[in-house]
Write a protein that binds this ligand. Structure first.
Ligand SMILES: [Zn+2]
Length: 241
């Protein structure tokens, strides 16, 4: 295990984060049933399997892979893992044709300071064409996490989606939100204004239910940070523009 850093203690027994040299993925556990949120780069399957086993879990129990959007560092290993374990691949309707390889990956409108970062991101190999079994729409139940729902959050790509687990107070933001020391609007957006709208919508969403003490503690902090960042509004551009 040298390509994946496991951050296992976000919500012990429930939520784990796998961090790759570029990009990250999350593992959600409903008992033995596992859901991957994003799937790392093209060659990450073996590392993800090893990471799952390292947590004392079975990759054979990966039931679904939810892709937050069509980018290579999120889709990469999804097809291979889905094939191996018969997992369902879920993505938003508008990014599904890109993930399947039927449409080109949309070009972002880059700010000057984003260009070197973007070039670095392209050192990851493109994702292979990947089947999508289910196309999600805003508000759809996704079948895990005691009521996980898709939240359409366009702007990074047209079909970017966040995933909210109200029962657990967890929000997977995909690349709509970046957390690099500070919480800020994600980079490499195809439509920065729409991305900012999505960011604000996520920040305004109702706070999580207090169903889980641990999760609530975690996300109260996160929600507050997200709201504060959205409130800074144009600051998001000024800080880095
Ligand atoms: Zn992305």
């Amino acid at each position: 295990m040298d390509l994946v850093e496991i951050l296992p203690d976000i919500l012990p027994d429930r939520l784990h984060m796998f961090r790759f040299p570029i990009g990250q993925a999350y593992l959600w556990c409903d008992g033995e049933e596992l859901t991957l949120i994003d799937a790392g780069h093209k060659d990450a399957a073996a590392d993800i399997e090893e990471a799952v086993r390292g947590l004392g879990l079975r990759p054979e129990n990966i039931r679904r892979i939810v892709l937050t959007h069509c980018h290579r560092d999120h889709v990469g290993a999804a097809g291979e893992l889905a094939r191996r374990y018969g997992a369902e691949v879920v993505a938003h309707r508008l990014d599904a044709p890109v993930i399947r390889g039927e449409q080109p990956v949309p070009e972002p409108v880059l700010l000057d300071w984003e260009r070197p970062l973007y070039a670095h991101g392209l050192t990851v190999e493109p994702a292979p064409a990947t089947r999508v079994d289910r196309e999600a729409e805003d508000g759809d139940l996704l079948g895990f996490g005691d009521g996980a729902r898709a939240v359409h959050a366009p702007g990074h790509t047209d079909g970017s989606m966040a995933v909210r687990l109200p029962h657990h107070g967890v929000l997977f933001t995909g690349d709509c939100v970046a957390g690099v020391g500070q919480v800020m609007l994600g980079v490499f957006n195809t439509d920065r204004e729409r991305a900012l709208e999505s960011f604000r919508r996520l920040a305004r969403s109702p706070p999580p239910s207090p169903a889980s003490a641990t999760a609530t503690r975690l996300t109260h902090g996160t929600d507050a940070v997200l709201r504060a960042s959205a409130d800074r509004g144009s600051g998001l551009q000024v800080e880095h523009g």
